[in-house]
Write a protein that binds this ligand. Structure first.
Ligand code: ATP
Ligand code: MN
Length: 461
């Protein structure tokens, strides 16, 4: 393979000719010389290519070297007299691989709005900001695996099509091969026995319950995969298809769970700051001023930890600042979460011990009978990025919870078996990967940190 532009920019000037390929980003002309910047996506910086118009003179070709064109250049790497780059390429031979006519190629301006770019998701990775997001996202994915693999966690591929009836009902996308124009019915209801799996199926909203199965055999496991929620909320923090990382640890309580969550977030931040410095600098300058410094300080300090009850008490002191009045028993609104992180604690905060009514059936009950061993990690700008808990490991209490919540025990037979045979304390959490990328880059809209966003009424590519 040819060296990438990233590699070439790190090289010293040399005598021999080499071939470089990429796409023209910008071009400028003086009387005798044409300069164009070449990018191949390997890094934010471009390679400057110098064409001597007199020495090299196929006019027809030069006029086609416009923004977006794909080219191959043979030339000599020389020291650059400019400030912006150590080396540049003195072109000897240029081959146009694919032109991008200036009158129709949409990416002409230096800066386009993110809204506009969303409409051309097939071209937007060629811009500086989305290009940087792409590299950071890739580095962060690697850091996720690295963190868990270094700690001996096993990567479990939990199913994408879920046939268990026990996940959050309303938000699920159904998976079916039934003919929607001719649905088989029995007593007025859909006859799912005729469907592909012989029962109702849907896209997974979480791999947690399945991850618990493997935590009960392999102790420490994690999933990292796509998750689907038919969220009708049109926010800058919700997607219908997003990626979630869900570790699950046996012999672990809520404190251990919080420790892993905190170490994990810090690890990924650190990895990205160290390995994506150039891209982070772009976010620091143009997207969220000061983000690098603030992320650095997050790595160096402890996350605050408060109970839900304490958090609500803090919020009640500031009731006037909110659209929704905070009160014990109600879920924290995103404005409350942001207030806690930005105004009260000035950094990430972990809220624990939520009222059982607003949390899932599987969370371990506290001795007060009112709250559960839940924890949410909240961060400035976004609010919740992690939701987790210690799981209920007692068969009796879990069964009682199912009954209390009018859930059918039959649907949870295998989940209850985990409490019947060798049940041990365990805990885990889910981190929304796109929210983490938003946190790392300062990008305001979650649609701009995933290559192909799916949201309500929107899935083009
Ligand atoms: P929220 O209250 O913000 O909608 P949630 O309580 O529904 O989140 P969980 O079910 O706890 O979220 O999921 C774990 C994590 O997955 C969340 O902390 C968040 O980071 C992420 N997440 C949840 N829903 C979405 C979504 N629709 N799009 C992107 N990320 C999401
Ligand atoms: Mn949600």
């Amino acid at each position: 393979m040819r060296p990438s532009i990233k590699e070439i920019l790190a090289m010293k000037p040399e005598e021999k000719s080499r071939t470089v390929s990429g796409w023209v980003r910008t071009r400028r002309d003086s009387k005798n010389v044409c300069f164009f910047e070449l990018s191949d996506g390997s890094c934010l910086k471009n390679l400057q290519v110098i064409v001597d118009k007199e020495k090299y003179n196929p006019e027809a070709l030069l006029s086609k070297l416009t923004t977006g064109a794909g080219v191959e250049v043979d030339g000599i790497l020389v020291e650059s007299p400019g400030q912006n780059q150590p080396v540049e390429l003195q072109a000897a031979e240029i081959r146009l691989l694919g032109e991008a006519p200036a009158d129709s190629y949409p990416l002409q301006k230096k800066r386009h709005s993110f809204e506009f770019l969303r409409e051309i998701a097939h071209l937007r990775p060629r811009t500086n900001a989305l290009g940087a997001v792409t590299r950071v996202r890739s580095a962060a994915s690697y850091a996720v695996h690295k963190f868990y693999q270094e700690r001996g966690f096993f990567y479990i591929h939990t199913p994408i099509i879920s046939a268990s009836d026990c996940e959050g009902a309303g938000e699920m996308f159904q998976v079916t091969t039934l003919d929607l124009n001719n649905i088989p019915k029995e007593d007025g209801k859909v006859d799912y026995s005729k469907d592909f799996f012989g029962k109702q199926a849907s896209l997974t909203v979480s791999g947690q319950l399945e991850a618990e199965i493997y935590a009960m055999s392999h102790s420490n496991v994690y999933t990292f995969g796509p998750t689907f929620r038919a969220e009708n909320s049109n926010t800058a923090r919700h997607l219908a298809e997003f990626w979630m990382i869900e570790p699950e640890m046996a012999f672990c309580n809520l404190d251990g769970d919080m420790d892993v969550a905190e170490d994990f977030i810090k690890y990924v931040i650190k990895y990205v700051l160290e390995n994506c410095a150039e891209d982070m600098d772009l976010f620091n300058k143009f997207i969220e001023k000061g983000i690098v410094e603030s992320l650095r300080s997050v790595v160096d300090s402890d996350f605050h930890r408060v109970t839900y009850t304490e958090a609500v008490r803090e919020l009640e002191k500031n009731t006037g600042s909110f659209e929704f009045k905070p009160s014990w028993g109600a879920d924290l609104q995103s404005e409350h979460e942001k207030f806690l992180t930005e105004k009260v604690f000035g950094g990430p905060v972990i809220v624990t011990d939520y009222p059982k009514e607003i949390k899932a059936f599987y969370m371990k009950m506290n001795d007060d009978g009112k709250t559960v061993r839940a924890m949410d990690v909240l961060v400035p700008r976004l609010g919740e990025i992690i939701g987790g808990s210690q799981r209920e490991d007692s068969l009796d209490r879990l069964t009682a919870r199912l009954e209390e919540m009018n859930l059918d025990k039959k649907d949870y037979w295998w989940y209850l078996d985990l409490r019947r045979y060798g049940s041990v304390p365990h805990a885990g959490f889910g981190l929304g990967f796109e929210r983490l990328i938003q946190y790392l880059t300062g990008m305001q809209n979650i649609r701009d940190v995933i290559p192909f966003p799916r949201t309500v009424h929107s899935a083009e590519f």
